[in-house]
Write a protein that binds this ligand. Structure first.
Ligand SMILES: Nc1ncnc2c1ncn2[C@@H]1O[C@H](COP(=O)(O)OP(=O)(O)OP(=O)(O)O)[C@@H](O)[C@H]1O
Ligand SMILES: [Mg+2]
Length: 269
């Protein structure tokens, strides 16, 4: 393996199994929906990639698979993280290098305080490495406060996540992965619901992080600013993988795929 490659996806397919009601007597049928077809790409260490595509294109399904959160039996093909196959055997070890932020922050936050949610991944990682700092209250407190401060959340560590605003939940969800500093960040729609100040600060924050990042987004202005490389998905297939700056100015291509120009170009192209 080339030492510079951190993620390899080879012929990845993923099928959802769903049960549908077929008549008034509540008869049901089981159906399979192939949400990803033959996905292939390679990510070099430190790359910043946007994944864009219309609703239902498969963006979340792809990120969930990369994070090892989808059942292995429903997929075929291979995902390699740092040269190791992401399977049930390697998952536990590979996960410590991956920070995944769900599209819906309610899927991420499960503790009774924001503090516990942000501390959770860090304490787990330190325990796994038998690092005594897992029990050092001062160390954990500083790390949690630093993560919360990096996403502009102050003084809410004792609040119940359930009662935060949706935008605050998105920021807290981000802090839960920043706290343990994984090498790979997979973020699903991170900027949605952020106010302009938080969105601007978030862009500055991730631009300053030396990490491999793959971000699914509908915010094409954000994609234009954040990433050199863009992958476009449509109907479960990669229909473009290349330079962000050229594809996000291609009005005809974007419109043919239910996308549109970034707002900054709307009246210019
Ligand atoms: N749990 C599920 N069971 C069955 N089908 C699903 C399930 N989750 C997603 N799908 C289907 O898989 C396809 C891809 O969904 P996915 O959520 O990955 O799209 P997306 O590109 O993230 O969309 P969005 O922009 O709306 O977030 C869609 O057609 C969706 O209906
Ligand atoms: Mg999605």
């Amino acid at each position: 393996m080339n030492g510079n490659i951190i993620i390899e996806v080879k012929n990845l397919k993923y099928k959802y199994r769903s049960v549908r009601r077929i008549d008034e007597k509540n008869e049901t049928s089981v159906e399979y929906k192939e949400a990803l077809h033959d996905i292939n790409f390679i990510v070099a260490k430190g790359e910043k990639i946007s994944i864009i595509g219309p609703n239902g294109a498969g963006k979340s399904t792809l990120l969930l698979n990369l994070a090892g959160l989808m059942e292995q039996k429903s997929r075929s093909g291979e995902i390699l993280i740092s040269g190791k196959i992401l399977d049930d055997k390697n998952l536990y070890n590979l996960r410590e290098n991956i920070g995944f932020v769900f599209q819906d922050p309610n899927d991420q936050l499960f503790s009774t305080t924001v503090f516990d949610d942000v501390a959770f991944g860090l304490i787990n990682l330190l325990n796994k490495r038998k690092d005594p700092r897992a029990r050092d209250k001062e160390f954990i407190k500083n790390a949690v406060n630093e993560s919360l401060a990096s996403v502009n959340l102050f003084g809410i560590e004792n609040n119940m996540p359930h009662f935060l605003s949706f935008g605050e939940k998105k920021l807290a969800a981000l802090a839960t992965v920043l706290s343990y500093s994984p090498e790979i960040l997979l973020l699903d729609e991170p900027s949605s619901n952020m106010d302009p100040k938080n969105r601007g600060d978030f862009i500055k924050l991730i631009e300053g992080l030396v990490k491999t990042m793959i971000i699914a987004t509908h915010d094409l202005d954000f994609a234009y600013e954040f990433s050199d490389r863009t992958i476009i998905l449509n109907k479960g297939k990669i229909i473009f993988d290349g330079n962000t700056k050229s594809i996000l100015k291609d009005k005809n291509f974007l419109e043919a795929n239910n996308l549109s120009l970034p707002l900054m170009f709307k009246n210019l192209i």
